[in-house]
Design a protein around this ligand. Structure first.
Ligand code: PSV
Ligand code: MN
Length: 397
């Protein structure tokens, strides 16, 4: 149990803690070996937003949804008003807009890093259309991930591609409204396996700085090598005012898209601890978009998002309990063991009763997952969408 002062601290923190859902986490997706179809999975953008609305309805902490332009705005800018209407109907707003410059056939050798000028231009046109979509949806962030890279040494000029990326991202920045930001995401490998143009946070940082002041780095927790210290990257980006957002998920081998906090919850806690420590020390709120980037093939999708959002609330609440004054004192005195224990005691606190109380005070169910299950939503979705999803299997086979 937490003390009443601790409970109060958690409640205050939860009042402002929001985490964005990915639209792509609600439809049937798979691995390159196949898909396991769920009858209740969303089959349209409207259904994806409706499911996201359920997650927000039961957790109270997921008011916005990130979309992927190619998957959610099939007619680009022309689709905007209908997607906005579907979001409003579902009780959520549209969050980060994600252009897709990795899927079309033309992108075999990359997008903004492609040696072919025309393909670079096609990628830029799509990104600029996404910027315009963002203006219409009132989304603050255009979230950029590039699959660009190469799989064979010598097959591409790493330096030329860096230059082309610099130019493309500068041009993108020039089209942002003063309210917009562009978030630049990095990933060490996949879909290419020799070099990735934006392979790590240093590359994303350099390119963001060249692009302009509204460009910030996005840290996807799954996009690191096995032993990398992610909280250190977070601390450095924060101190440079260059951290724009997170894509939360967990990983064991590569970019596994496992449930956030399911493999290494202590790491997720340490990441939150860096953010909260920074905020307390500077007295200002870190301007960060917390987003989930997971797409589950095995667990029920809506249930899984509820599980992820509530896990994030728990890990964030634990980090809120770190006594930073005490921690700094131990650090300055060189009291290593006490400093470490200070972190560990916050991590091992049971924050669940305090979170349940917070939910009660907001008129939410104390156990969102149970309440969602009891609502019968999944059974209704199975009935309404089952045939469409089964049809998709037939066409897939
Ligand atoms: C790429 O692995 C990534 O993390 C990017 O954020 C994409 O937008 C997302 O996954 C979905 O493909
Ligand atoms: Mn991501």
């Amino acid at each position: 149990m937490t003390t009443s002062a601790q409970t109060e601290r958690i409640h205050k923190a939860l009042d402002t803690f929001a985490i964005e859902l990915p639209s792509w986490g609600f439809s049937n997706t798979g691995t390159r070996f196949g898909k396991f179809i769920q009858d209740s999975a969303a089959t349209t953008t409207e259904e994806k937003l409706a499911d996201a609305g359920q997650v927000h309805h039961f957790t109270g902490c997921c008011p916005s949804v990130a979309t992927h332009v190619l998957w959610d705005f099939p007619e680009g800018l022309k689709s905007t008003s209908s997607v906005i209407a579907s979001a409003a109907k579902a009780g959520v707003r549209l969050g980060a807009i994600n252009p897709n410059v990795f899927q079309d056939q033309i992108y075999k050798n990359g997008s903004l890093g492609n040696p072919n000028t025309k393909i670079r231009q096609a990628a830029l046109d799509h990104i600029l259309e996404s910027v315009e979509i963002g203006k219409q949806t009132g989304s603050r962030d255009v979230s950029l991930w590039f699959g660009d890279g190469s799989s064979y040494p010598g097959s591409q000029s790493i330096r030329h591609r860096k230059q082309w990326f610099t130019e493309g991202l500068k041009e993108t920045h020039a089209h942002l409204s003063p309210q917009q930001r562009m978030l630049v995401e990095y990933k060490p490998f996949e879909p290419y396996f020799y070099h990735s143009d934006l392979g790590d946070w240093g590359m994303a940082l350099v390119l963001s700085r060249h692009a302009g002041p509204q460009a910030k780095v996005l840290v996807d927790t799954g996009h690191h090598y096995q032993a990398q210290n992610i909280e250190q990257i977070v601390a450095w980006l924060l101190s440079e005012d260059m951290l724009g957002g997170f894509h939360f998920n967990d990983r064991r081998y590569a970019d596994d898209d496992l449930t956030f906090g399911s493999i290494d919850p202590y790491q997720a806690f340490r990441i939150f601890n860096e953010v909260i420590g920074f905020e307390r020390e500077t007295g200002k709120r870190a301007d960060i978009a917390y987003m989930i980037d997971q797409s589950h093939n095995l667990k029920d999708k809506t249930e899984e998002m509820i599980q992820t959002a509530t896990t994030a609330q728990e890990l964030y609440s634990k980090a809120v309990l770190v006594d930073h004054e005490k921690l700094t004192h131990h650090q300055l005195k060189g009291e290593l063991l006490d400093a470490e224990e200070c972190l560990k005691s916050a991590f091992s606190s049971d924050v669940r009763p305090a979170i349940r109380e917070w939910r009660k005070s907001k008129g939410l169910a104390e156990e969102p997952l149970q309440a969602f299950r009891a609502s019968g939503y999944t059974a209704r979705a199975e009935k309404e969408r089952g045939a469409k999803n089964k049809g998709a299997v037939a066409s897939y086979a």
